[in-house]
Design a protein around this ligand. Structure first.
Ligand code: FAD
Ligand code: NA7
Length: 485
């Protein structure tokens, strides 16, 4: 295979999807090169090493900052448990950034060593197609033309900026936040997707003053009852939400503060407010532009690449995986598994395809929200309101009692088939360590979990996950889902 080409496979993008695919292809005997190149952010010029979004400017630094913020909360709670703590504790932003960046650098290093050990040729270059078998790699100095039998496009995406005055000059995105060399201070977070809410959440926990600007709804795509509970739990912690608002401009004042003018989308009313930082979290754009896809004939749909169930593009020898593909969940474990399965099909004679359904995910807000399967509204849309039963309940985590933490938003629900086996369509949980709670239930749901199995599973006491085994109240019954004690 590929005797006349430099490589059997060129993977474009060394992130979650690309690295998994490249390493698995080599394991299955292919000669592989993996290109990775990060363009600096427009104003601050932030850039990073190999590994892609998750490791450098996504999941990992986000989770570390979330953890930093939870630790601050825990120190305050510790006092209620009898620890003698100084109640004037405060975080050192620069030290936090340094610790986070040190961890990232070590992961970058391990990744490079791993690629060398596994015999993937890593090329630090920006790839663009010359034709469907030829790629031009723009290196730090010079260029290189390389050819391959097969290509996998795994270029991911980058944050968008709004098209308003001052957005690029004065705003930052998640690409800059985790390495910001100054305290964020009073921060306007524009966008109410999971990235916006997570950033606002940890900034508040670290003692800054975030405000969330919401254009329409919170957490589009997620169960809207849960999304509103997430927003309310954040408001309860003192994070203001500017609803139905869009930014109009950002101007820098003489004292360095940022004046943001914005408008209410319903009343048309305009208002303005000063901030230290403006963070755009308005979604991400697929990185198709640099690839010169027309040279290879690859189709594009809304800055993403449509693929079939084998991750094949419309061009026979070109595939795409990860965030760059159209209409699939943008999550690291999805990217990794899809990349690995693709390599096994291409070089290992395997046939297994990626199953993009029932992927569990977590929103790491101060009170975390995790879910798997269908939202209540999607279940109703798919099966009809009469065929869907929702079991729900509020609960009180044991560990919340002594520090007297608010339990008002600790809530969970199972969305299920109403009749027959009562198969579970979706599970939703808002509360502590949500990701850890839902991960195992995700395997159960994929294995055909029913309400009967769920409520006949003996709980682990005292945990919050056991609340799923105690769900007995249906929404339809109208009974109060609040526990007595
Ligand atoms: P990427 O990881 O983005 O990798 C693509 C790589 O290709 C990049 O290094 C890019 O610079 C490079 N590249 C682009 N164009 C070219 C080119 N022409 N030539 C060479 N190289 C190129 N997911 C989760 O599962 N859990 C989370 O908690 C989570 N949190 C997140 C938090 C934030 C703030 C963000 C931004 C994302 C988060 N994600 C999370 C999403 C996750 O990071 C992505 O789904 C994942 O990184 C996608 O992997 P990928 O390989 O498709 O793309
Ligand atoms: P999302 O989930 O796409 O959310 C973007 C948010 O930003 C959402 O609340 C949008 O509101 C809002 N938005 C989008 N454009 C604008 C403009 N121009 N002005 C104001 N507000 C805006 O993005 P994330 O960054 O959280 O996540 C990135 C990806 O990771 C996402 O695509 C997921 O699939 C995974 P809207 O609801 O559109 O009114």
């Amino acid at each position: 295979k590929g005797g006349t080409y430099d490589y059997d496979l060129i993977v474009i993008g060394g992130g979650s999807a690309g690295l998994a695919c490249a390493k698995e292809a080599v394991l299955n005997g292919a000669r592989v090169a993996c290109l990775d190149y990060v363009k600096p952010t427009p104003t601050l010029g932030t850039k990073w090493g190999v590994g892609g979004t998750c490791v450098n400017v996504g999941c990992i630094p986000k989770k570390l900052m979330h953890q930093a913020s939870l630790l601050g909360e825990a120190v305050h709670e510790a006092a209620a448990y009898g620890w003698n703590v100084d109640d004037k504790i405060k975080p050192d932003w620069n030290k936090l950034v340094q610790s986070v960046q040190n961890h990232i650098k070590s992961v970058n290093w391990v990744t490079r060593v791993d690629l060398r050990d596994k015999k993937v040729e890593y090329i630090n270059g920006l790839g663009s197609f010359v034709d469907s078998h030829t790629m031009l790699a723009k290196l730090k100095s010079g260029e290189r033309t390389i050819t391959a039998q097969t290509f996998v496009i795994a270029v991911g995406g980058r944050p968008r900026y709004p098209d308003i005055p001052g957005a690029v000059e004065h705003g930052i995105t998640s690409d800059d936040l985790f390495s910001l060399d100054r305290e964020p201070g009073k921060t306007l977070v524009v966008g109410a997707g999971y990235i916006g809410l997570e950033c606002a959440g940890f900034l508040k926990g670290l003692g800054y003053e975030p405000t969330v600007m919401v254009r329409s709804i919170v957490l589009r795509g997620f169960d809207q009852q849960m999304a509103e509970l997430v927003a309310s739990s954040m408001e309860e912690r003192g994070i203001p939400f500017l609803r139905k608002s869009v930014p109009l401009s950002v101007e820098k004042q003489d004292d360095g503060k940022l004046l943001v003018k914005y408008q209410n989308t319903e009343t048309g009313e305009e208002a303005e407010e000063l901030f230290d930082t403006v963070l755009w979290a308005i979604g991400r754009k697929g990185l198709v532009d640099d690839l010169n896809l027309p040279n290879a004939g690859v189709s594009v749909q809304k800055d993403k690449i449509p693929v079939d169930s084998q991750e094949a593009t419309n061009v026979a020898n070109i595939y795409a995986v990860g965030d760059i593909i159209y209409g699939k969940p943008e999550l690291t474990p999805v990217a990794v598994l899809a990349g690995r399965l693709l390599a096994r099909r291409l070089y290992g004679g395997a046939t297994q395809r990626m199953d993009y359904n029932d992927v569990a995910t977590t929103v790491f807000t101060p009170l975390e929200y995790a879910c798997v399967g269908l939202s209540e509204e999607d279940a109703v849309k798919q099966y009809g309101a009469d065929e869907v039963e929702v079991f729900h309940g509020y609960y009180k985590p044991t560990e919340f009692f002594i520090p007297q933490k608010s339990v008002r938003y600790c809530y969970l629900k199972a969305v299920a088939e109403r009749h027959g086996d009562q198969r579970v369509y979706g599970l939703h949980y808002l509360g502590p360590v949500a990701g850890e709670v839902i991960q195992g239930f995700a395997a159960a749901l994929k294995s055909g979990l029913t309400i009967n199995t769920l409520i006949n599973t003996v709980g682990i006491h005292p945990t919050t996950a056991e609340e799923f085994t105690r769900l007995s109240i249906t929404k339809r019954s109208g009974l109060d889902p609040t526990p007595a004690s």
